[in-house]
Design a protein around this ligand. Structure first.
Ligand SMILES: [Fe+2]
Ligand SMILES: [Fe+2]
Length: 302
């Protein structure tokens, strides 16, 4: 596994193949970090705005179970004949996602204490994912994982490229979200590369990949919206016009987080798509500073 300093050197000199993949393949790094979040700030950690805070708190509900689902989906296709570097990337992907799950579990406990309905909402997500694992093929599960990895990667890129989205966050919450966004960037191609290796590039597989994105996005939005509105209602701010104005500025207005996702979302539908065709590896140099500050124990980032 790469050390953080090796990683910086490679990310400063990206070589990209015609297919858009980095050459040599980028192997993610496991970083055992811990973010001591202040539960007293759970409802207003994002610039003092409850709408923005609860929007991200709601997204956090999905991560631990979602990431366990991703790990299972990719693990099912880890094969002995895989190239060694793809196997190493898969193993690092599993390590990163399990640590994301651990830190978001700790985060979510703070949210559950504040808003107990969120725990039931997480259980709804868990049951839906388990049902999918029972009823859908391994390929459909990997297609959903690949699609949701694309969604998280484009959300991460939007967060990382506009400081106005993170400047007002409470520092420890900001560090957790930036760490997660950076590692989602670092491993954004792993599920995709496993898909290409195990399924090849046929018209049927292309259509299944596109169908996976459309259905995963639709289902994700159908869950997030009511959960988010429940949190605002419970907090007594659902009719707070000023709060909604700040939220709208960040999401669709001047800053426009959601607006920035439209074109990258559509890029996935191109037949020649590869996650690294959008080469944002230079962002990864920021990981070392976060790792140095939040490492759980000395040497834990190697
Ligand atoms: Fe993750
Ligand atoms: Fe991920």
């Amino acid at each position: 596994m790469q050390t953080p300093s090796n990683h910086v050197v490679s990310s400063m000199n990206p070589q990209v193949t015609a297919a858009g993949a980095p050459e040599p393949m980028l192997i993610p790094t496991k970083r055992n970090l811990h973010f001591d979040l202040n539960g007293d700030r759970i409802a207003d950690w994002y610039g003092g705005n409850r709408h923005l805070s609860h929007f991200l708190n709601t997204l956090s509900i999905f991560f631990p179970e979602g990431e366990r689902f991703f790990i299972q989906s990719v693990r099912q296709f880890r094969q002995p004949d895989m190239p060694a570097e793809l196997t190493a990337a898969v193993n690092a992907f599993i390590a990163q996602e399990s640590l994301h799950g651990r830190e978001h579990d700790a985060y979510n406990k703070l949210f559950f204490d504040y808003f107990p309905q969120a725990r039931e909402n997480e259980q709804i997500v868990t049951r839906s994912l388990r049902r999918m694992q029972r009823r859908r093929s391994a390929s459909a599960q990997l297609a959903a994982t690949m699609a949701l990895e694309h969604l998280t990667a484009i959300m991460a890129d939007a967060v990382l490229t506009d400081a106005r989205l993170t400047d007002t966050m409470e520092p420890n919450y900001r560090a957790l979200w930036q760490w997660h966004a950076l590692e989602e960037t670092e491993h954004k191609a792993v599920a995709f590369d496993v898909w290409v290796h195990t399924h090849g590039k046929t018209l049927k597989n292309y259509l299944q990949r596109c169908f996976g994105l459309v259905t995963a996005t639709t289902i994700f939005c159908a869950f997030v919206t009511p959960f988010f509105l429940q949190a605002l209602r419970s907090d007594g701010v659902i009719t707070d016009g000023k709060g909604w104005l700040v939220f709208a500025r960040h999401m669709v207005g001047e800053i426009g987080f959601l607006r920035k996702l439209v074109l990258p979302w559509l890029a996935y539908l191109r037949p020649g798509f590869h996650p690294w065709r959008h080469n944002n590896r230079s962002q990864l140099t920021r990981l070392d500073a976060i790792a140095a500050m939040y490492a759980r124990e000395k040497g834990a980032t190697a």
